[in-house]
Design a protein around this ligand. Sequence first.
Ligand SMILES: *[C@@H]1O[C@H](CO)[C@@H](O)[C@H](O)[C@H]1NC(C)=O
Ligand SMILES: *[C@@H]1O[C@H](CO)[C@@H](O)[C@H](O)[C@H]1NC(C)=O
Ligand SMILES: *[C@@H]1O[C@H](CO)[C@@H](O)[C@H](O)[C@H]1NC(C)=O
Length: 392
Amino acid sequence: MVPSSASILHACFLLLFWSDRLYANVNECYSSIISFGDSIADTGNLKKLDSISDVWFPCPTPYGQNFIGQTTGRCTNGRLIIDFLAESLGLPLVQPYLRAKGSGGGASLRQGVNYAVVGATALDSSFLEAKWHNYPMVNTSLEVQLSWFKQSLPSICGNTSDCRNFIGRSLILLGHIGGNDYNLPFSEGKKIDEIKPYVTLVIKVIISVLNELIAMGARSLVVPGNFPVGCFPSVLTVYESHNEEYDPITGCLTKFNEFAEYHNTMLQAKLNQIRELNPNVVIMYADYYNSLMQIYNSPHEYGFTKKGTLNACCGCGEQYNFNMTRICGGECFNICDEPDTYVSWDGMHFTEATYKSMFKSLFQGPYITPEFYSQCPTKPISQVGITLSKSI
Ligand SMILES: *[C@@H]1O[C@H](CO)[C@@H](O)[C@H](O)[C@H]1NC(C)=O
Ligand SMILES: *[C@@H]1O[C@H](CO)[C@@H](O)[C@H](O)[C@H]1NC(C)=O
Ligand SMILES: *[C@@H]1O[C@H](CO)[C@@H](O)[C@H](O)[C@H]1NC(C)=O
């Protein structure tokens, strides 16, 4: 029997309807993503600032080379964790606030808005400038991002009670933030003991912003910890001659990783306190540290080569392929052949392959507590990339 065109049409319609329903189910977890943080999550805010002021944007082409072939405002060769997350929740790519604001689009931010900025710190930038005073910093700290959020709410969601609902139905990503507070002094070769006292201050800001968001109606938040910074090509290069101790298995700098764990332990203790005080709010800790350590411990299992584990893909240096005065995209266009086999893209930021692997172990695996997928099952992410829309 030859199927009639009507029955084919019917079958197609059913298929469409069915996939639409799957989509809808996934979508029902959260109606939007609201993001704060630094270069690990910025999808274009600093790039926008660069185009309207004299701020320097450090991630030009070849950044973005494996996404749309040119810089997108993301400090990686492709997509970030937040891009994979949006796709897997059936939401559009999360719009950078400063760009959308420029084009007048409050309504376009209803399904996602990103306040994260490359280089952002938890602590106030003028405070850090006064402390380490070497170069002017951009005024984009976590509190500043929160103030942008408050300013933009009426245009996104209307009056206070509607906005409370909007915030309550959103998934809020509070970070990654705080890494730059430490990376700045690290990049100058400062001693860990000098930097350690700042951990309490950094966490205090994160917790204060977390409490404000909860008071504004937040019900679901993801708070990431710090990375194993002792495995960064940048840190490995700066401290190469300092007679530091290396982990025999990974080749990472032991004390710097311990420092990150110190931050993470303190952060988690504070999160536990907030959870007890707010039993109706889901506060998820994202274990960025161990999600990456599993890669450093067995890189081959995740598709990374030995060379690609501690060397930057894009860089002009000797050991670790990193040189602070000749960074990727600045004076250096020396790019590895297979970025997907490298953990680090430029010595300070990761490749898309690493972010994809982290996304899976965090949002579809065990590295978020309580587990994310038991709160909200996500769609598998596509192999070839998402439909590219004007939202890039
Ligand atoms: C930083 O930005 C915030 C929020 O826009 C503003 O209140 C503050 O005055 C700014 N600080 C500096 C030093 O420009
Ligand atoms: C907020 O706006 C909605 C319409 O979007 C309206 O129904 C509601 O009454 C308003 N609430 C207050 C407190 O003004
Ligand atoms: C970094 O590059 C500069 C300029 O080419 C060079 O003088 C310096 O020796 C390099 N540093 C390292 C650690 O390779």
